[in-house]
Design a protein. Structure first.
Length: 279
């Protein structure tokens, strides 16, 4: 079976077995692989050829993305071997490739306490900067979602995220009443039209805002740390994990949410046992 036929079968198989976002993730990458090896017999493609292809197609990308591309090709060849019944070894399992594209282990990130985040927000120089921080630290928006926000996306205490993470449909985030009121006041004062971006800034500007406020408190912090803080703060205050995952962070998998949560100390564990069962 040549690569072209194998990829067509693989795509048909995926349509009934994976999510829409997964299909989109595979799409362009597999098209590039097809362009490179379309007339080759699938089982004849060597680990060296795959290694060179991966180097070319993932140059400059993050380690996580490089591992994802490796895993996608591995899944493809596993499928081909299964449907053809061939007694063959997946070329993707070569030790040199497995080592070069190994899975990235998530290291625990520092979780900032409420007092630190509150002081950062208090120190914001103006209403615009305060809202940008609050939408991340109080509502769970990603920095890209904040910057892409348009006036028409706002509806009372709801925010429609038109372009969330790649491959996903529109999502809805929620605001506390006082934040929604502040945001409405800001939009009115700026006389913004429905199609206007609420915060017409670039990523670098906002990152510098966050890191600059952190330096004043002698902490190293990034925009995404504000979202991570919200997850842990909600968890420590008894918000169910399902709400944190599906409503606040809008994750598709609870395992992803668990990566965001800070470690629980012995003192914290004992405190929750007292809350649950009484002293």
């Amino acid at each position: 079976m040549v690569i072209k036929e194998a990829i067509e079968l693989f795509k048909e198989h995926q349509k009934g077995s994976v999510k829409k976002s997964t299909l989109k993730s595979y799409g362009k990458f597999m098209d590039c692989f097809l362009e490179k090896f379309s007339t080759c017999e699938a089982i004849s493609v060597t680990a060296d050829q795959i290694g060179r292809f991966l180097e070319e197609s993932t140059e400059g990308l993050s380690r996580a993305t490089r591992h994802l591309r490796y895993a996608q090709l591995k899944a493809f060849f596993n499928y081909v071997i299964e449907v053809t019944g061939l007694n063959a070894k997946n070329p993707r399992t070569a030790a040199v490739l497995a080592k070069a594209y190994k899975k990235v282990l998530h290291r625990p990130r520092k979780i900032f306490d409420k007092e630190t985040v509150d002081e950062m927000i208090f120190n914001a120089g103006n209403l615009r900067d305060r809202l940008i921080l609050e939408l991340q630290a109080r509502c769970g928006l990603r920095i890209g979602e904040v910057l892409n926000l348009k006036v028409s996306d706002l509806s009372g205490r709801k925010i429609v995220i038109q372009e969330p993470k790649p491959g996903r449909d529109a999502e809805v985030a929620f605001m506390a009443e006082h934040i929604a009121a502040r945001l409405a006041k800001y939009v009115a004062a700026k006389q913004l039209f429905p199609t206007d971006r609420v915060f017409p800034l670039c990523y670098t500007t906002v990152r510098n805002l966050v890191t600059g406020l952190g330096k004043k408190l002698n902490v190293k912090i990034s925009p995404h740390d504000l979202r991570r803080h919200l997850a842990t703060y909600a968890s420590r205050n008894g918000v169910p994990l399902e709400i944190i995952s599906k409503v606040i962070l809008r994750h598709q998998d609870l395992k992803t949410t668990q990566i965001y949560l800070g470690k629980i100390s012995d003192t914290e564990a004992i405190r929750w046992m007292d809350i649950l069962h009484g002293k």
